[in-house]
Ligand binder design. Sequence first.
Ligand SMILES: Cc1cc2nc3c(=O)[nH]c(=O)nc-3n(C[C@H](O)[C@H](O)[C@H](O)COP(=O)(O)OP(=O)(O)OC[C@H]3O[C@@H](n4cnc5c(N)ncnc54)[C@H](O)[C@@H]3O)c2cc1C
Length: 236
Amino acid sequence: MISKIPKWIGDLLEKSIGPNLTVLEIVKLTPSIKKIRFQGDISKMKFIPGGASVARVSDTEYRNYTIAYYNIEKGIVEIIFHVHGNGVGSQYLDSLKVGDSALISEPRGRNQYNPEVKQHFIFGDETSLGLACALFPILKQNQHQFQFYFELDEENKNVPELLGLENVTVFPKDDSFKSEKKVNGLPIFYATDWLSANYILTGNVKSIQTFRKVLKRKITGKIFSQGYWLEGKKGL
Ligand SMILES: Cc1cc2nc3c(=O)[nH]c(=O)nc-3n(C[C@H](O)[C@H](O)[C@H](O)COP(=O)(O)OP(=O)(O)OC[C@H]3O[C@@H](n4cnc5c(N)ncnc54)[C@H](O)[C@@H]3O)c2cc1C
């Protein structure tokens, strides 16, 4: 996706891209994870499970964020974001205050949820918590079997629980998911009844690539993977 466009085109697009939403509430879950609740007229927006919106984070730059929760009647959307401090998007969202307005597009993306599949396995990191929150109620309501695996910084290891997620395994973010040998040893591969599950991999590109490579050798189910960020790369 294009993460940078000239300001004058951005200004023109602003009218058609989506509504200006207002920051209603900010919850600081840890020093590096925030949940922001926005409010505005979202009645014309279409939502898909785990869809991501584009936020205008400077005059010229745009970044992707997953809609973790929405309520069309109340005009509410929520985003959970990682305050990593390295980029304009993270800095912009971190600077927002209650009452500020923000440009958030209609969410889009491929629907990763297949109601026909009984078991769903979701892997990611801090950037994937919004996706997990979007999918969790659907998985639960439709009585799927599901498991979340997250690689998280030490200070964020309790966030899945704070968010009310269930069936979660947290791993330290120590590059284990970049090692094929370590990924091979994950408990999921010892559960033979999970080999035909749907696998949704998001978060760090290198972790996903390694995980996907190992999964392809081992499972029969479908793999959906989408890198959310890559070391040294702006605006993935
Ligand atoms: C479909 C999709 C959905 C996404 N949903 C979310 C979401 O709900 N919440 C969320 O927080 N992010 C989400 N992301 C990831 C987010 O768009 C990226 O992290 C983006 O790079 C952040 O922009 P930035 O301006 O802060 O950093 P950039 O300017 O893009 O990057 C600057 C530097 O920061 C590094 N960097 C970027 N992200 C991280 C990170 N998470 N941790 C450490 N270093 C990083 C880059 O490698 C680069 O070196 C999503 C991405 C995609 C593609």
